[in-house]
Design a protein around this ligand. Structure first.
Ligand code: SF4
Length: 293
């Protein structure tokens, strides 16, 4: 079979103290290692899947970004992460209802294989997930966003953008990909996407102390989102010991959220999930390698 669904090997796992988040380090047949996360919310499970081994985008706050790019994952390898957790959940597998491409890698730099994986995940003879229960998260790859608008009639999955900064200067420093696709270009693509799909876009904003948790950034963000259907997720940074960045204070997060409130922009202030298990992007991988080395 072309692009078979392989069975990955479980190398390491960590479970948060409350049991709601677990992160698995999985080994592919060539020895490449990736990480996948299982999140439980009430009675439902979500798999956070990787789409690449490592990542070329180099975001400064991200452990995977510091690893660099190793290789693409095939559609079979992407789907195998979901299959892995189905097997792991056993008779609870029916509660696995959502998949997010928010693990290692930039899915829109591996668009073809990621969309093939979507095709398998929604296949009525396979996992039969509703497309609306699949979310793709991108750092802002403009051609990929336009491609998702093209394929939306066939695969109406959700789009999330890891934004993290609302001015080009700051975003260039946090996310080098912004130099290729600066904010005016990114939001031009978002506008085309929302015009064509009539769907709102989700924005991830990892709150970093003294960097992007400021009132200035909050106001700049409202400028971009004012007339776009949007939902902003404010997430306190999950700190890693080798990062210069620290988590925003709860008060700074509340003040930031107040600005969004005042402009009528829907948002959620998200608890740091997986804290205590190094569940930020790439952290289990790097931890495991630190141990091995
Ligand atoms: S945050 Fe996402 S896009 Fe940025 S380096 Fe990490 S994995 Fe890549």
């Amino acid at each position: 079979m072309d692009n078979p669904i392989v069975t990955p090997l479980l190398i390491a796992q960590e479970i948060s103290p409350d049991g709601s988040t677990q992160k698995h380090l999985l080994q592919m047949s060539d020895g490449a290692q990736i990480e996948s996360v299982l999140l439980r919310y009430r009675e439902r499970f979500t798999v956070c899947a990787s789409t690449q081994v490592g990542c070329a985008c180099g975001c400064g706050f991200c452990a995977t970004g510091r690893m660099g790019f190793v290789r693409q994952l095939s559609a079979g390898e992407i789907v195998s992460q979901v299959r892995h957790f189905q097997g792991y959940l056993g008779d609870q597998a029916g509660r696995l209802s959502n998949v997010v491409f928010m693990g290692m890698g930039e899915p829109l730099l591996n668009t073809e294989q990621t969309l093939k994986a979507v095709e398998r995940l929604v296949d009525p003879h396979g996992l039969a997930l509703a497309p609306g229960r699949i979310t793709l998260s991108t750092a802002g790859i403009v051609p990929g966003i336009l491609c998702l608008a093209d394929v939306h009639p066939r695969w109406p999955i959700k789009l999330a953008i890891s934004l993290h900064a609302a001015t080009d200067d700051l975003r260039n420093s946090l996310m080098p990909v912004n130099r290729a696709y600066p904010l005016p270009q990114l939001f031009d693509a978002v506008r085309q996407y929302t015009d064509r799909t009539r769907r709102r876009v989700f924005y991830e904003w990892v709150m970093i102390k003294g960097i992007n948790d400021t009132q200035e950034q909050a106001h700049a963000l409202t400028g971009w989102l004012q007339d776009l259907p949007s939902h902003v997720n404010l997430i306190q940074l999950n700190p890693t010991s080798d990062s210069q960045y620290r988590p925003a204070a709860p008060q700074a997060m509340a003040d930031f959220a107040s600005v969004l409130d005042a402009h009528g922009i829907p948002h959620t202030v998200r608890q740091r999930r997986g804290s205590g298990i190094r569940a930020g992007c790439g952290q289990l991988f790097t931890q495991s390698h630190h141990v091995c080395n």
